[in-house]
Each structure stands twice: as C-alpha cells, then as structure tokens.
Design a protein around this ligand. Structure first.
Ligand code: MG
Length: 434
C-alpha cells in the first residue's frame, strides 16, 4: 500500500494510518501462526508509551550577565521544566516562555496555567504510539505553543530512549555536529559591542548576530562591520520598526548582512513582504511564524528569504519538522533560534538542528555563555571550530542533574494516573542561583 503526503500536515495522518496497517499485519501473522495474541495484547505491545507521570516545575536561574533586546533586559529566568514518565522511562522538556509577554503572548505563568489545567490532564494515563500523536490530543487548545512544546518535547525524549535512538536520529537528523552562532544583546556603545564581538569571533563562533533597536542600530552595526569586514553578520530587531522605517532600513543594505531578523511587527507577515521588495538584505522571520501554515504564507507572499525555527514558538518538535519541511520544499534555509534556555532546552535545540535544511549557523551556543552552572551534564560545549558535537546516546544525550534541579525548584506539580494532583512549593523563596 502506498501513501503519499501532498503536504506536511497530511504526513501525521499517514503515520497513524501506517501504524493501523502495521497492527493489522501483525494480527494476521499471529492468527496464521495459531498464536493466541489478542488485539488488546497486540495494542499493549505496540502502544508501549503509557503516560504514567508528569511533573511540572518552575526553576529560578540567573543569567551570568543581563541580556538586552529591543523589548527589555533579562537576567533572572523563571524556567518551567516538564518531566514525563512513560513505560518507566523519564524524558524532559523545557517551556521557553519568557517571564513577560513581550516576545510573544505567553509567559511563565500562562504556561503554568495552561499545562496544569488543560495539557497535562489530557495526557495523563494515555497510551501513545509516538510523540507525533500529541498535537492532535490538544487540537482544541488554541495557541500556547510554548506550553505545548514543553510537554510534547519531553515525550520525544522518552520515545527516543524507548527506541534506543539519539533524539536527533528519531527526528530524521543526519548531522554529527551543528554549526553555532551567537546572539549579542544590545550594548551601551558601539565600542563595547565591538569588544564583545571580538571575544565571540575568537571563540570560533561562525555567525554573529547583533540585537538592535532604534537609536542603537546603524552606528553600532557600522562599527562592527568596519572592524570585522568579513564575518557572517546579521541583526535582529525583534519587531522594533514599522513600515515607515523602510528607507532607513534600506541603508543597512551597505553592511552586507546575512539577514535582518523580524524588523517589523510580531504578527505582520504582509508588511514584511512589502519591506522585502524594497531592501536587498534578506529578511528572516522569527516571531511571525508559529506553524507551517504561517511559513507557507510568508514564503508565498515573499515576506522573507530565511526562517528561524524556535521549538517553543512553533509548538514542539512535530510542528518544527513541518515548518522545516515547508521551507525545504521552497529552498528557504532555516536555523535554530534561542530563548535563553537551560541545558534541557539547549539539548532539544541541538537535536532539531541536525535536520537537513538547518543550513545556517543557529543561536545554540555553549552553556558557559549563559550559566555559571548548567542543569545538565556534560554541559553544552562549543569546539574551537564553532560547532557542537551531537550526542549519540539515546534520547537527549545529556544527563539532568536532579539534585541541582531540586535546589533550583521554586514550585512543582505532579500528575499520576488515577491520583489526585500533588502540588508543592518546596522552595518558594529560592534565590536565583548565582
Ligand atoms: Mg529573533
């Protein structure tokens, strides 16, 4: 039997169909051999991932130094982690929502609410053949992609371990190492920015991205470009301009940038199409793209020539694969964006970045750039060539430091099948780690 997907969304239904066909074949084989294997036992065998426990926790972590973008300064992170146990195997995911609704509409607290009241209750006790099935379970919940991604990605980690595969391989990734860039926050002066760029270039990073905002843009980029005429350089405005700034943004063409990322409003694809026609620098969309339909619309409208995929922003690995595939079909290169993640989110980003159309260096960089101590071991390290080696162990390929995670936990919530939800605030006054 041949199934052909006409678009990325159909592939989900085809996978479910293939599973059903596989079940039927196995049943016929057992029947022909006289085995007393029942449909139920077969189902138990195939649907091995029964979700037995989900734990949601909030960690307090302090970045080594403040990170400034056009929408504000971040140093103290309130990070949500999801641990999911299925078939006796534990997997981890990270919610990449920020503390405030400035990057997108989600926050640490909205994600806590949505996971607690809608997502976790709909999964606990379920049997799933694959993490691919998760989005359909939540089809009624609109938006809240980062909350969804935190839970779904934990099941991807479980599934990879269950199948004895590195997560990258389960996702269809091929790379043994990924290329890394860095994102540098807004600095006080062009000179202080240039000193930071110099340090990162020396560390081997293959692409430098500068955060910009009105008043801290042209002169800063000009100074860096003057000092480093040959580096792969891009800028990220995080929606700080509007279409009225088109002529000004055109002046950035002289800097031979790899891209200008999300210059206009966070939900405005059409205006980016107009701007892209006026400037020669490639526009990369970030905030605008939360699923493959948006990617398709942006590409068809000519709103960008590059797309940044963030696992949280698009709702998890399954949706990220769909965005990746749409871009690949249209020869639009993608790269992995960052959200100041802990090692768990970082490990998921590494796995995703191994997919074939991730042809530009991403924002996945070393743990040590952000944290005095990361919550995974080994910590994420970057080679002198500006790459990260992809782990080969099953699952994420990093070990979560449970004792350290416990120390940083400010509150937690736990679901077990047929048991009341348990809530604890073991360390509600936990200080941000230093
Ligand atoms: Mg961005």
């Amino acid at each position: 039997m041949i199934f052909a997907a006409r678009n990325a969304e159909q592939s989900h239904h085809i996978q479910l169909r293939l599973r059903d066909e596989f079940e039927k074949c196995l049943k016929n084989v057992f029947a022909a051999s006289g085995s007393n294997c029942t449909a139920n036992s077969l189902r138990m065998h195939w649907r091995a991932m029964k979700i037995e426990m989900i734990t949601l926790r909030e960690l307090r972590m302090r970045l080594k130094s403040p990170f400034e973008t056009s929408f504000g300064v971040t140093q103290e992170r309130r990070i949500l982690l999801v641990e999911l146990v299925a078939g006796g195997i534990s997997g981890w995911g990270e919610v990449t929502a920020m503390e405030n609704p400035f990057f997108n509409s989600e926050t640490t607290d909205t994600a806590w609410h949505v996971i607690s009241d809608f997502l976790a209750p709909q999964l606990i006790g379920r049997e799933l053949a694959s993490a691919v099935e998760v989005p359909a379970r939540w089809a009624g919940v609109r938006g809240h992609e980062m909350a969804k991604a935190g839970v779904e990605n934990a099941l991807w980690d479980v599934e990879a371990q269950h199948r004895g595969l590195p997560l990258s391989t389960l996702l269809g990734g091929r790379r043994e190492e990924i290329t890394c860039g860095v994102s540098i926050g807004i600095c006080e002066t062009p000179q202080s920015l240039t000193r930071k760029v110099e340090k990162e270039v020396r560390s081997g990073y293959q692409r430098i991205k500068l955060k910009i905002k009105p008043g801290k843009d042209f002169a800063f980029v000009a100074e860096v470009r003057k000092e480093f005429p040959d580096i792969l350089l891009s800028v990220d405005a995080n929606s700080a301009y509007d279409l009225g700034d088109s002529a000004y943004l055109k002046t950035f063409d002289q800097f031979n940038l790899l891209m200008i990322e999300q210059p206009l409003q966070w939900d405005e694809i059409h205006a980016h199409a107009k701007l892209q026609r006026m400037i020669s620098t490639a526009i990369c969309l970030d905030e605008c793209i939360t699923n493959s339909r948006h990617a398709n619309a942006a590409i068809e409208l000519g709103a960008c020539r590059i797309i940044n995929i963030k696992l949280g922003r698009v709702g998890g690995h399954y949706s990220a694969q769909q965005v990746h595939d749409v871009c690949q079909e249209h020869a639009i290169p993608v790269w992995c964006g960052g959200m100041l993640e802990s090692g768990i989110g970082r490990a998921h980003n590494i796995a995703m970045s191994t997919l074939p159309n991730f042809t530009l260096p991403g924002d996945v960089s070393a743990s040590q750039r952000y944290w005095h101590e990361d919550i995974v071991e080994p910590e994420v390290e970057v080679t002198p060539n500006g790459t990260i080696r992809v782990p080969r162990d099953p699952g994420l390929g990093f070990t979560v430091k449970r004792a350290f995670v416990d120390r940083l936990t400010a509150r937690s919530k736990n679901w077990k099948e047929n048991q009341a939800v348990s809530i604890s605030a073991p360390n509600n006054t936990v200080a941000f780690d230093r």
